[in-house]
Design a protein around this ligand. Structure first.
Ligand code: TPP
Ligand code: MG
Length: 684
């Protein structure tokens, strides 16, 4: 049996999934509903669970004895599941309620423990890891997954049968209350941006919970489910484990939900359940997110088969889109975030090639497929914020086929998209919109290959500008002054190499990257919708570890403002410790420039304390045998040019900081425009 989902789930309906699973977890969590006081009713629980294994927390719990060959500890079961889903790194912070599980992590042959400086950074890192893993899978066609092992959950019989959902998963381990709450912002960001993370929380034993013990990390009121409830709105499914016999099934349920909805899920691991034995056999059934299915079987005419109806429905929608396509003189394809998150990059690429039309991306859709003009790339579309030449061409289209759109403010130029509904088709993971018609449960996983077969090749009437609206020309400027934002971004565009992973923090960095060319095989990582500053400090660590799993070496280049880096800077220490080699570009403009562009240009609240970025690597490299590092300072444009041309810098063979001095009020054009739009909207 495969653990599969064929229920209908709309992109915005994860909340429904959450509420349906919530009632399930409540049933197992609530002492009044769960026969916790009656563990003798449950043989497995009686022999291995609360009553026997609730002991003082000490390391003897990690060696509770030999298991029969067909059994595995629940903690190991969970790790084996993660390994099957190709999760090789577990991020987090230890705490006494997760220590014995950590013993199993240390023993595990495939999952590596990455201890972080705090749980927020750990959640960010799990997010960055999942994104880059997904991006690395995206360029590969179904069934061609490099390095996949038979029996892995992502493959089945050697051929990838995933028809929906995602495969880039992250994992996070925290401790009860204090740890898990510190991760909340990171988990919420992953929920908002559609990144699946399994958040595992080590919690007190079921017996201590039942006795309402006045434990550390509790609120002192005997409530043990309150932190799980705090995660309710920011996870797609939760399992508050209480009973040994259903624990493995519960773990599978939340993992499947995370992969199906591309959202984080939550599971508690009470100290007394870590070592309960569960049958190994269950691991033989992989967890495969299946495509969304026909959700309401009651609407079927009597006697009709679901499969037949689904096929007919798909054909009908394909026909509708084909009809519009045939009539259109110059259709375009607009690629957005969910095309990346749901791993359909290769399917969109096939459609672009088959139809020969130009494709554009939103800021969140960048690098879904290679962005070179020979590939059909026309530029980045962000409504009013778009380069005027690109905007004109895009808005001339008579049919915009949008794939995975996520129309948030910063992704649409403050909702200034300009496509009439009659001229749009939207393909999503779990529904399709054709003009005004809505087709639930028609997913782009099915639709894209079907369209690639039937949509006609269309010659272009109008052409995007040859620079695709990206800043390829470096404007002149005084070589002895600080570099301008206008010159800095095209300079970086020239510095990028094939395969680079480019991470951009909220601020002048994320807006500067909107108009910066990205090379073949590159991956762009940014948190445009959630926009929690400091996110990239953790996410870069995750990206670096995911990059290590890529078949070829990849440079990881972070652009981060001086204000944002102050939030999560400690994680640089983890990068040093693990001998990772990012290029950390710190834009030192003396404060919160992005905020100044929206409001309070000279206000004191947009100032920050000044840090010595040149000492950062030394400070975090306080080992007996320090790792090699390099710190570069570019106080002038001339100096920056020299550094960027330096082979020592380019080869990225150690962790490096490049501090670039910039003017306080200098901002990329896209931010100047967005700042005005945001200020107007805030005042409305
Ligand atoms: C966690 C969090 N706190 C506050 C904010 C509000 N905020 C958005 S951008 C920003 C300033 C970023 O400044 P910096 O990193 O220096 O970027 P730049 O100067 O390059 O614009 C702040 C405070 C936020 N987005 N996230
Ligand atoms: Mg700044």
């Amino acid at each position: 049996m495969l653990y599969s989902v064929t229920v209908g789930l709309r992109d915005d309906d994860a909340a429904e999934w959450a509420s349906s699973t919530r009632s399930h977890t409540l049933a197992t969590a609530s002492p009044s509903l769960t026969p916790l006081s009656d563990s003798a009713n449950h043989p497995l629980e009686h022999s291995h669970s609360a009553s026997e294994t609730t002991q003082p927390l000490n390391r003897t719990m990690s060696s509770p004895g030999q298991l029969a060959g067909d059994q595995v500890y629940l903690g190991t079961y969970l790790l084996d599941r993660l390994a099957q889903l190709d999760v090789k790194c577990l991020f987090g912070v230890p705490g006494d309620f997760n220590l014995t599980f950590l013993d199993l992590v240390e023993e595990h042959p495939e999952v590596q423990w990455i201890g972080n400086c705090n749980e927020l950074n750990a959640a960010y890192a799990a997010d960055g890891y999942a994104r880059v893993k997904q991006a690395q899978i995206n360029s590969i066609r179904e069934g061609e997954q490099a390095g996949s092992k038979p029996g892995h959950a992502t493959t089945h019989g050697g051929k990838d049968k995933t028809q929906g959902g995602v495969r880039g998963l992250g994992a996070l381990l925290t401790t009860f209350g204090v740890g898990e709450l510190s991760a909340v912002n990171g988990i919420a960001g992953a929920y908002s941006e559609r990144v699946p993370i399994l958040h595992i929380v080590g919690v007190p034993s079921t017996k201590l919970q039942k006795s309402k013990a006045l434990l550390h990390h509790t609120l002192g009121n005997g409530e043990f489910t309150v932190f799980e409830q705090a995660s309710a709105g920011i996870t797609c499914a939760r399992a508050f484990l209480q009973r040994a016999e259903e624990a493995a099934q519960e773990i599978d349920r939340v993992l499947l939900a995370a992969l199906t909805t591309a959202r984080p899920a939550y599971v508690t691991l009470p100290t007394d359940l870590v070592f309960v034995p569960v049958p190994k056999k269950r691991l033989e059934d992989p967890i495969i997110p299946m495509r969304v299915g026909f959700e309401d079987k009651n609407v079927l005419p009597t006697g009709k088969k679901v499969e037949e109806e689904e096929k007919n429905r798909l054909q009908f929608v394909v026909g509708e889109i084909e009809r519009l396509w045939n009539d259109a003189k110059e259709p375009i394809i607009l690629i957005d975030a969910c095309a990346i998150r749901y791993g359909v990059g290769h399917l969109v690429r096939d459609l672009v090639h088959a139809t020969g039309v130009k494709f554009y991306t939103t800021p969140m859709g960048r690098t879904a497929i290679d962005e070179d003009p020979s590939n059909g790339f026309g530029g980045v579309y962000v409504g009013e914020v778009t380069d005027p030449k690109v905007k004109e061409v895009v808005e001339k289209t008579d049919l915009a086929l949008m794939v995975g759109s996520l129309k948030s403010d910063f992704n649409t130029g403050e909702f200034s998209y300009s496509f009439p509904t009659e001229q749009t088709v939207e393909l999503h993971s779990d529904h399709t919109l054709v003009q005004y018609a809505h087709y639930p449960s028609i997913s782009f996983h099915q639709l894209l290959p079907a369209l690639t077969k039937v949509l006609k090749h269309k010659p272009h009437v109008t052409h995007p500008p040859s620079d695709r609206g990206l800043q390829t020309q470096i404007p002149d400027g005084d070589a002895d002054k600080v570099v301008s934002q206008a010159a800095f971004w095209p300079m970086m565009g020239k510095f990028f190499e094939e395969g680079d992973i480019v991470v951009a923090e909220t601020g002048t960095s994320s807006f500067g990257m909107i108009s910066t060319p990205l090379p073949k095989g590159s991956t762009f990582v940014s948190q445009v919708l959630w926009g929690s500053i400091g996110w990239t400090g953790g996410a870069t660590l995750g990206a670096l570890l995911a990059a290590k799993e890529a078949p070829k070496p990849r440079r990881v280049i972070l652009f981060i403002g001086d204000g944002s880096l102050q939030l999560t800077v400690q994680e640089v220490a983890t990068m040093v410790r693990l001998d990772l080699k990012p290029i950390l570009v710190v834009l030192n403009n003396d404060g919160y420039t992005i905020e100044k562009k929206i409001h309070g240009e000279t206000a004191g609240y947009n100032d920050i304390s000044s840090w010595n970025w040149q000492s950062m690597l030394d400070f975090f490299n306080a080992y007996d045998q320090p790792k090699p590092t390099r710190s570069w300072l570019a106080p002038t444009r001339r100096e920056l040019e020299r550094i960027l041309a330096d082979d020592e810098f380019r080869k990225a063979d150690r962790i490096q900081v490049l501090e670039v001095k910039m003017d306080k009020l200098d901002a990329p054009v896209a931010l100047e425009k967005q700042g005005k739009l945001s200020a107007e909207l805030n005042a409305a």
